[in-house]
Design a protein around this ligand. Structure first.
Ligand code: GLA
Length: 704
């Protein structure tokens, strides 16, 4: 049902096709303009006054939180969006399907109130594309689709307002919107459309970029800014040009937020790629002007709850707008727990308005910190990889002053601890531990923080016994007493401690290590199994308990000789669109919807069809020597695909290509994987987002 790639292609040609339509609209059309060329490279035929000359009178004093070098452009400074906007938008859950209608929108407003989301800060209930009829009326006015909105838009806005909420709408800074049908866009109709929105009681406008006729982005977005201003109604203005013209460099005095990337979809790979594009832009965000890495997918079903918690944590630490994109009438209680986590929301909504900064990101172990108004720091320990990782930093590295101890609030556990300075956790695959750390002198009233970890045992061959070591480290200033640890496995597994599992006292800085023997039942089916490592202790700050989920894979040794990787069991697989495909290209949605693997005209019978960002892991058990494949962008994408292929052996990069595009022939990629326990085939987005990144590992073979 999702048509993003089709739409991507269309988006790139329409600007060129439809030149001329605008002549009657009185807008000059630049020669040979391409919508996805950065604004600076476009030479508009019209002479344009510099932006600053068109800007309304505003205060030029940069906010204290901003890097002065970025403060040349004044902000809108109209008192709106002083913290990132929070609310709902239907697009990610409905696209243009019929269920996007008055009933849905009202239902969401009701749920905002009933489920406490309004109270948690969610405010805007926004319509996306497809709310209108394809034609304007005789007076050039927009006409709501009577099937979806039989009582018009004002009635819906009134309903939303009656709940104490605000109402938003969508159109495009082009001749038509982005949907296949193409509803009327605002280009050349800015004043009339803005007035119509204001008359309906609109409080928020998302202004998209499709069918923009190659007109300079600044010019288009400034026109609508000025039109909105003329209405006299405060309307939050969301610029949606997908980061194509680097709006973070010029849009501070144009809109309150700007998209920094292409569209998100409900997959780990897409979310990750967007996160990585948005993280480096931290210096550009601040009160009234936010980077927008697109709307939330939490609750839409394409990611696990662990992944959705990461999505929500990272959007919050990036001070991103929090626009819920799932149909709240149908979501699970876990979804409400995630979206309603007030401690995480408080990170997003912190009035200082800083976007978190990347402190380190080695080997997919990310530490991101955010300065908070009260002087505390939020620290996200985010694990990008497919296996549990220890991620650590210190309170001082996170920006806090030296102190005897610090209080640490775990924002997902909702518990407080003390630490002598170390902030560390074993973070499950794709998980995020989110901590708020303060040098507030209150540390002694909390139990010491404990770090739980497990060495070994994540891979066990069926019928064999693995030895694992658990470690409970006291990171605090105060002793832990009556310490106990326990490791439990699924039914049928034998888990035996072969050294003490308890300690009377564990001083700060000390650890309790326990060795365990772990045996899956004979004939256990290969695959992932969940174990739990637990610890409990007492302290002067009260009792505390920790629990660490541990994933163990029962694995089979790969056969001797050369095998097709597509025929071997995978340890894990993540993909930017739909599932990783066996022996076909990536069809994007369901398993089995791909086409024959084809790179520059050559068809391959075997291999893996993936979509960036992608990672596929295999067990090699120290018995293999070589992994090799013919790699390239699949021919089903004719433009815009650009990726790199990498082969990793036990967490070390063993081989990689440079950036390969749709124009490149297949390249042979071979890695020496001698001695490795696992290998991982990774496809990155080539640095430009995941649009059209259909990548083939053709004839992918493993020699053991
Ligand atoms: C573009 C935007 C999306 C959504 C659709 C609607 O792709 O980036 O967020 O609004 O258009 O067609």
């Amino acid at each position: 049902m999702r048509h993003f790639p089709v739409r991507t292609v269309r988006r790139r040609v329409v600007g060129a096709l439809a030149v001329g339509v605008l002549a009657g609209a009185g807008l000059a059309v630049p020669a040979a303009a391409v919508p996805d060329t950065p604004a600076t490279a476009q030479a508009p035929a019209t002479a344009q006054a510099p932006i600053t000359a068109q800007a309304p009178a505003v205060s030029r004093a940069p906010a204290a939180s901003q890097d002065p070098s970025l403060a040349q452009a004044p902000t809108l400074d109209d008192g709106q969006a002083l913290t990132p906007p929070m609310g709902f938008n239907n697009w990610n859950s409905t696209h243009c399907r019929a269920e996007f209608n008055e009933e849905m929108v009202k239902g969401i407003a009701d749920i905002f109130v009933e489920k406490g989301l309004k109270e948690a800060g969610y405010q805007y209930v926004n319509l996306d594309d497809c709310w209108a009829l394809p034609q304007r009326d005789a007076n050039g006015k927009l006409v709501p689709d009577p099937k979806r909105f039989p009582n018009g838009i004002k009635a819906v806005a009134d309903y939303v307002h009656s709940k104490g909420l605000k109402f938003g709408i969508y159109t495009s800074a082009g001749t038509k919107t982005c949907s296949e049908i193409g509803f009327p866009g605002g280009l050349g109709h800015e004043d009339s459309d803005a007035q119509q929105f204001a008359d309906w009681g609109v409080d928020y406008l998302k202004y998209d970029n499709c069918n923009n006729q190659g007109v300079d982005a600044k010019e288009r977005y400034i026109k609508m800014r000025d039109a909105l201003k003329k209405t006299g109604r405060p309307i939050v203005y969301s610029i949606c040009e997908w980061g194509q013209n680097k709006p973070w460099e010029w849009a501070k005095d144009v809109g309150h937020l700007w998209r920094t990337t292409g569209d998100i979809n409900d997959s780990w790979g897409s979310m990750l790629s967007i996160m990585k594009q948005n993280l480096p832009l931290d210096a550009y965000a601040g009160p009234g002007h936010w980077n927008d890495p697109d709307m939330l997918e939490v609750g839409n079903g394409g990611m696990t709850d662990t992944e959705y918690r990461t999505h929500f944590s990272m959007w919050s630490i990036m001070a991103a707008p929090l626009l819920i994109g799932s149909d709240l009438r149908k979501v699970s209680p876990e979804t409400f727990d995630i979206l309603g986590n007030k401690e995480v929301i408080a990170v997003d909504q912190d009035p200082l308005g800083k976007q978190g900064t990347v402190l380190s990101s080695e080997g997919g172990r990310w530490v991101v910190t955010k300065e908070m108004k009260d002087g505390s720091r939020t620290v996200a320990l985010f694990n990008e990889t497919g296996s549990a990782q220890r991620i650590a930093t210190t309170a001082e590295d996170a920006g806090l002053p030296a102190a005897d101890g610090y209080s640490v609030r775990d924002l997902w556990q909702h518990k407080s601890y003390n630490t002598a300075g170390t902030l560390a956790a074993t973070v499950p695959a794709h998980g995020t531990v989110m901590l708020r750390v303060a040098a507030d002198g209150k540390w002694a009233s909390y139990p010491p923080a404990a770090e739980l970890g497990l060495d070994g045992g994540t891979l066990v061959e069926s019928g064999k016994t693995a030895t694992v070591t658990s470690k409970l480290a006291n990171l605090g200033r105060t002793p832990a007493r009556e310490v106990t640890t326990a490791l439990t496995g699924p039914s049928g597994w034998t888990v035996e401690a072969t050294s003490p599992t308890t300690a009377g006292t564990l001083a700060g800085g000390k650890s309790l290590r326990t060795t365990w023997k772990l045996t899956p039942p004979a004939g256990a089916t290969p695959g992932a199994y969940d174990l739990t490592l637990k610890a409990a202790y007492d302290s002067s700050g009260g009792k505390a308990a920790q629990s660490l989920p541990v994933t163990t894979h029962v694995v089979v040794a790969p056969p001797a000789g050369t095998s097709q990787l597509s025929a071997l069991p995978r340890l894990s697989a993540t993909n930017g669109w739909g599932p990783v495909e066996k022996d076909t290209s990536n069809g994007e949605d369901q398993a089995g919807d791909g086409s024959p693997l084809t790179i520059n005209g050559t068809v391959y019978a075997k291999g893996l069809g993936v979509h960036a960002e992608s990672a596929v892991e295999f067990y090699t058990g120290g018995k293999c020597s070589k992994a090799t494949a013919q790699v390239g962008v699949d021919d089903e994408k004719t433009t815009n695909g650009s990726v790199t292929f990498e082969i990793w052996a036990d967490g070390k990069k063993a081989a990689s290509t440079g950036v390969l595009t749709t124009a490149d022939a297949a390249q042979t990629l071979t890695a020496d994987v001698t001695g490795a326990q696992t290998i991982r085939l990774t496809v990155t987005d080539g640095g430009d987002g995941i649009d059209s990144d259909h990548a083939d590992w053709a004839e992918a073979q493993l020699t053991c």
